[in-house]
Design a binder for this molecule. Structure first.
Ligand SMILES: [Zn+2]
Length: 71
């Protein structure tokens, strides 16, 4: 038996709460530490907590069009 694998590091890099995600289309960056108050997400809102129906405030694509942003 294998232990349950950890979350895919390519899909969820970094420490939850300090990760960033970038829109592939327009370059908009969502920073979990900052949240996005204009969208109703307080600082610390995890990417996973953002509804799948949320869209990029700039170009209106969905979360699936965002990539993890790794320094
Ligand atoms: Zn965008």
């Amino acid at each position: 038996m294998f232990l349950s694998p950890p979350s895919d590091p390519n899909l969820h890099p970094g420490v939850p709460g300090s990760r960033r995600w970038i829109c592939r289309v327009c370059g908009f960056i969502y920073d979990e530490a900052l949240g996005n108050l204009s969208e109703g997400f307080p600082p610390g809102t995890l990417w996973d907590s953002i509804p799948e129906t949320w869209r990029c405030p700039i170009c209106r694509v969905t979360k699936s069009d965002f990539d993890p942003l790794v320094d």
